[in-house]
Design a protein around this ligand. Structure first.
Ligand code: 5GP
Ligand code: MN
Length: 341
C-alpha cells in the first residue's frame, strides 16, 4: 500500500451549502494534452452540475484533446485556451468557482495557470498526483486513487448528489477510470475502483460500449505506426530491464500522426518478461521533445522525471520534456539509467 496520502482542506458541508450553488458561474479546467481522465473527469462533473440545475458551466483545457474522446456528449463545447484565449480568460476571470482537475500544479496548465491564479474564484483541486501545490481553497487529492475520475465520484458521493449521475455523466467518469488504469490492469486499480464501476453500471453505463468508443476507433495509420514503432524503434536494454522508444516528427508524419495516436505505445514493452521500465520519446510539432515514462514495481518514474526531465506524475507513470533532440534525449536516458544501476 502506498503511503503518500493527502486528504485535507475539504469541508463538504461548506462546499455544498455555501459554494456549489446552481446560480454560480463554474469553470472546470484540466491539464495540458488532456487525456481520458482529464476529459472524462471534466465532462463527468460538467454533466452532473448540469443535471443539478447549474446553467453556467464551462470546461476549458489548455490545448487539443485526442479524437478518441470526442464521442463524449458536449465534448464539442470544450473551450481550448490556445485557440480561444480571450473567451477563456474572460470566463476564468468572471468565474465564481474554478475546478482544477487531474493536475497538481498550475504550471501543468501553461499560460492558463496565470489566469486561474489571478481569478478571485473559489478554487477546488481534485487530483491524484504526488506532491500537490497549495493553490486551492478546497482540495480533494489522494494519490491512492486510480484516477481523478474516481475522486469525482467520491466528491459527488460526499455531496450526496449520487442520484444526479446518469448514463451520460457516468460514461465520462467511467472513461477516466478505464483509461488511467490501463483498462483496470495497473496496481492503482483497487476494490474501490471496481465498486465505483459497479455503481456506474447501475446508472446505465455499459463498459463494452465505452471501451469500443475509446479503443476501437483507431485509424489504419495508427495501427501501422504502432507496428513500425515496435518492429523498428523499440530498443531493449536487458542489463537495465529497460526499453526505450524514440519517434521523430518526420516518422510520425509519415503515418499521418493525429493527436492521441501514440497513446499507450509506452506500455507495450512492459509486456516483455523482465522489462520494468520504458521511456517513450517523441518530437512534437513545436520541435519540443516529450517523454512518457512507465515502470513496474518499485522503480519510481515520478522521481526520475522530476530529477532529470523537468516533469513528474506517479510512481509507475510519469511524463517530462527535454530541450535535446530525440537521439540526444535517448542518450541522456541511458546515461541516467547507468547511474541508477
Ligand atoms: P503521460 O506519459 O501519459 O503523458 O503522463 C503520465 C502521467 O504523468 C500522467 O498522470 C500525467 O499527468 C503526468 N505527467 C505527464 N507529464 C508531466 C509533467 O511534465 N509534469 C508533471 N508533474 N506530471 C506529468
Ligand atoms: Mn489522471
Amino acid at each position: 500500500m502506498r503511503e503518500w496520502f493527502f486528504y485535507f482542506k475539504m469541508d463538504y458541508v461548506s462546499l455544498k451549502n455555501e459554494v456549489l450553488l446552481p446560480s454560480k458561474k463554474v469553470v472546470i479546467t484540466a491539464h495540458q494534452s488532456p487525456d481520458g481522465d482529464a476529459i472524462g473527469s471534466s465532462l463527468g462533473l460538467y454533466h452532473t452540475l448540469k443535471a443539478r440545475g447549474f446553467d453556467n458551466v464551462n470546461v476549458i483545457v489548455p490545448d487539443e484533446f485526442p479524437s478518441f474522446l470526442s464521442w463524449m456528449r458536449d465534448s464539442d463545447k470544450i473551450i481550448q485556451f490556445d485557440k480561444a484565449g480571450a473567451v477563456a480568460k474572460e470566463l476564468i476571470s468572471e468565474a465564481d468557482i474554478v475546478f482544477s482537475l487531474d493536475y497538481n500544479a498550475l504550471r501543468r496548465v501553461g499560460e492558463m495557470g496565470e489566469e486561474i491564479n489571478k481569478s478571485s474564484a473559489v478554487k477546488i483541486l481534485i487530483d491524484h498526483h504526488q506532491e500537490p501545490e497549495d493553490f486551492a481553497n478546497f482540495q480533494l487529492t489522494k494519490t491512492t486513487a486510480s484516477s481523478t475520475a474516481e475522486l469525482i465520484y467520491e466528491l459527488i458521493e460526499n455531496l450526496e448528489w449520487l442520484s444526479s449521475i446518469n448514463k451520460t455523466s457516468g460514461e465520462c467518469i467511467y472513461t477516466g477510470l478505464l483509461t488511467d488504469t490501463g483498462s483496470f490492469r495497473f496496481p492503482s486499480t483497487s476494490k474501490r475502483t471496481h465498486e465505483v464501476v459497479a455503481s456506474l453500471m447501475d446508472k446505465g453505463v455499459i463498459p463494452s460500449e465505452v471501451y469500443q468508443n475509446v479503443f476501437d476507433t483507431s485509424s489504419i495509420d495508427r495501427l501501422r505506426l504502432l507496428g513500425y514503432t515496435l518492429y523498428e524503434k523499440m530498443e531493449i536494454l536487458p542489463d537495465y530491464h529497460a526499453a526505450i522508444i524514440g519517434l521523430s516528427l518526420e516518422e510520425l508524419n509519415k503515418y499521418n500522426f493525429q493527436k492521441g495516436d501514440t497513446e499507450g505505445f509506452v506500455n507495450y514493452p512492459l509486456s516483455v518478461k523482465g522489462i520494468q521500465f520504458c521511456a517513450f520519446v517523441s518530437e512534437k510539432e513545436s520541435g519540443k521533445v516529450r517523454i512518457s515514462f512507465r515502470s513496474k514495481g518499485d522503480f519510481d518514474v515520478n522521481k526520475f522525471a522530476r530529477a532529470h526531465f523537468n516533469g513528474g506524475g506517479h510512481i509507475n507513470a510519469a511524463g517530462g520534456s527535454s530541450d535535446l533532440s530525440v537521439e540526444e534525449t535517448i542518450h541522456k536516458i541511458k546515461e541516467v539509467l547507468s547511474s541508477y544501476k
